[in-house]
Write a protein that binds this ligand. Structure first.
Ligand SMILES: *Cc1c(COP(=O)(O)O)cnc(C)c1O
Length: 376
């Protein structure tokens, strides 16, 4: 079989992933279960590989968004518990049960459907109930009394966990997190009064872990982005970030060609850039079909020859043009870095995101399936 040159690829460090996971475990301490979030193909890091690495670390729970994502982990042989967080369609209940996935139930109607399935299967299927404590998205918005009634009525299923999700976890200028927490704790008390005590209570994604918000840890946390090495920036008077994590992924592309342009020569679609003086450009093999945001046209930077250099003109589907006038000589096949470090220079997904006007999550999840992954 023919093999192909590396065109655009990510290098994913298993050792850094493990180190980030251990840092999260050390921060929350032994009494708190860590459920790594591996949805969206582990934010492009590859859900199956990430899950295998973490399984070897003793992880007991993984969290994904959809039943299909959970099924893919099962098909790959992973035996840990799998929490499916955002699949609210009863149409998928059969598949959830078939693959032994644990659904987050978002409404009391959906709870009835899960209960009905458990009755026909004669199996006490577990579930976690998500409460909308003021996010205004997924999660049950019923009164405390209705929740108690529905949980007690669903006698064929087992309420194993109760959870909520914060809308403004990094915003220390807002009181929204405290209000959500208060709402959640009131409901927990009402449930306890009715004899309902789910064994897992969870609220926190990466940010409340990193900023040491213990009261929001419950006995399980659901870190995603922190596992991959990023802590979302906070606004206002945030406590210090206590979590030491580093990016797991580097993103690279090969130089396809290098050429000299005379002054006045245009670059790319729409001639968005025109060389003001004689310049040397390189065309690299990464474009918006690989996940380079089109909004980086004429704006973003990449690292070439150990220097941060500008993107020139429009980012196109398969390639992007960069300014290498002041770089050491580059040749076709040489790698450049979109995320990572070269020499003493580095750029991370946060920086790339800021230039693109998006968030680091969107950069990582946007790296497309065309981009080859290399684990090291
Ligand atoms: C995606 C997600 C997480 C993980 O969020 P990060 O900010 O990446 O840590 C946690 N909980 C829920 C419900 C999610 O959807």
């Amino acid at each position: 079989m023919a093999s192909f040159a590396l065109r655009c690829w990510t290098e994913i460090s298993r050792a850094q992933l493990v180190s980030n996971y251990r840092a999260i475990c050390a921060t929350v301490g032994a009494g708190v279960e860590v459920a790594p979030v591996v949805k969206a193909d582990a934010y492009h890091h590859g859900a199956v590989e990430v899950a295998r690495v973490l399984a070897a670390e003793g992880v007991r729970w993984f969290a994904v968004a959809t039943a299909e994502e959970g099924a893919a982990l099962r098909e790959a042989g992973l035996q840990q518990r799998i929490l499916v967080m955002s699949d609210a369609l009863p149409r998928d209940h059969e598949a959830l049960a078939h693959y032994r996935l644990t659904p987050v139930i978002h409404s009391l109607t959906s709870l009835q459907a899960w209960d009905a399935l458990a009755r026909t299967r004669q199996a006490p299927l577990p579930y976690h109930l998500k409460i909308d404590t003021g996010f205004g998205r997924l999660g049950a918005m019923s009164t405390d009394a209705e929740v108690v009634g529905a949980v007690l009525a669903a006698s064929h299923v087992r309420l194993e966990g109760i959870m909520t999700h914060f809308a403004s976890a990094t915003d220390y200028e807002s009181r929204q997190t405290e209000e959500q927490l208060g709402c959640f704790q009131r409901l927990l008390a009402v449930l306890a009064g009715a004899g309902i005590r789910p064994s897992l209570v969870h609220l926190a994604s990466s940010a409340p872990v990193a900023y040491g918000m213990r009261e929001a840890w419950g006995n399980m946390v659901r870190p995603g982005i922190a596992l991959y090495g990023y802590v979302p920036a906070a606004r206002g008077a945030a406590p210090p970030n206590v979590l030491r994590v580093k990016p797991v992924l580097q993103w690279k592309a090969s130089v396809l060609t290098v050429k000299d342009l005379p002054a006045g020569f245009p670059v790319g679609y729409g001639a968005l850039f025109r060389a003001p003086k004689p310049m040397r450009i390189a065309v690299i093999s990464a474009g918006y079909a690989d996940g380079v945001p089109h909004t980086l046209s004429n704006k973003g930077q990449v690292i070439a020859g150990g220097r941060l250099v500008r993107i020139l003109g429009a980012v196109s589907m398969d390639v992007t043009t960069i300014d290498v006038t002041d770089c050491p000589p580059l040749r076709p096949g040489d790698p450049v870095t979109l995320i990572g470090q070269e020499g003493g220079v580095s750029q991370d997904a946060d920086e790339l995101a800021r230039a693109a006007g998006v968030i680091s999550y969107a950069i990582l999840c946007g790296i497309s399936s065309r981009v080859r992954r290399i684990y090291c």
